[in-house]
Design a protein around this ligand. Structure first.
Ligand SMILES: C[S@@+](CC[C@H](N)C(=O)[O-])C[C@H]1O[C@@H](n2cnc3c(N)ncnc32)[C@H](O)[C@@H]1O
Length: 195
């Protein structure tokens, strides 16, 4: 049973948090473990049991959240797919509008996460670029953060490895899922520093 001091800390710190566009539950669970009232939201089911809103996140933005961390799809935005940009004008416009809508959500604190993408040139430059190797995973995957009322994320455990694991994954129907799951070390840093 939690001690009275733990209970008081829980009451003081408890925030209502939306993890937008998350099917893995990884960031949601990191905040839940810290005692926050965290929900993930995705068009897909959550692969990990917990508080999950299945549906279009645009229907859930106006629910009095204290913090939102959003992982919008990067399929039409990531510069790694630049050779197909000319065929994707409509999709890109819609993807950028979705990001702008998330950035403008009526929520006090917001972090938007995406790889190196045209968000930087079409909307604004990111506030920070982080790597998994700064948070205990010996891998590279440049990840941009656009922040509103949040401090930059401080590295928690810088490690030696620099494997480009996500670029080397074999093709398959679930490749995008394997590539897009948030690193646990980054999720824990978010919960520790932003919760
Ligand atoms: C790049 S993945 C992010 C995955 C995330 N990092 C995780 O660990 O689960 C983008 C996700 O956005 C979801 N998505 C796309 N449009 C959405 C919408 N309008 N509302 C909610 N989720 C959406 C997709 O289903 C996909 O799971």
């Amino acid at each position: 049973m939690a001690s009275p001091i733990t209970k008081i800390r829980w009451l003081v710190k408890n925030m209502k948090i939306l993890i937008a566009c998350e099917f893995s539950g990884i960031v949601r669970e990191a905040f839940t473990k810290k005692g926050h009232n965290a929900y993930s939201c995705d068009l897909l089911d959550s692969e990990y049991y917990g508080q999950h809103l299945k549906g279009d996140v645009r229907d859930y933005l106006d629910m009095g959240w204290d913090l939102m961390i959003a992982h919008p799809p990067c399929t039409h935005l990531a510069v790694s797919g630049a050779r197909w940009f000319k065929d994707k004008v409509k999709e890109q416009k819609e993807a950028l509008e979705f990001v702008e809508l998330l950035m403008a959500a009526p929520i006090e604190k917001i972090a938007i996460e995406n790889p190196i993408s045209i968000i930087s040139s079409k909307i604004r430059k990111p506030d920070q670029i982080i790597q998994p190797w700064m948070f205990g995973h010996g891998e590279t995957k440049a990840t941009c953060l656009w922040l509103k009322n949040l401090p930059k994320l401080k590295p928690t455990k810088i490690v030696e490895g620099r494997i480009a694991r996500v670029h080397k994954m074999p093709p398959g129907p679930d490749r995008w899922k394997e590539r897009s799951r948030t690193y646990k070390g980054i999720a824990e840093a978010m919960a520790e520093q932003w919760g």
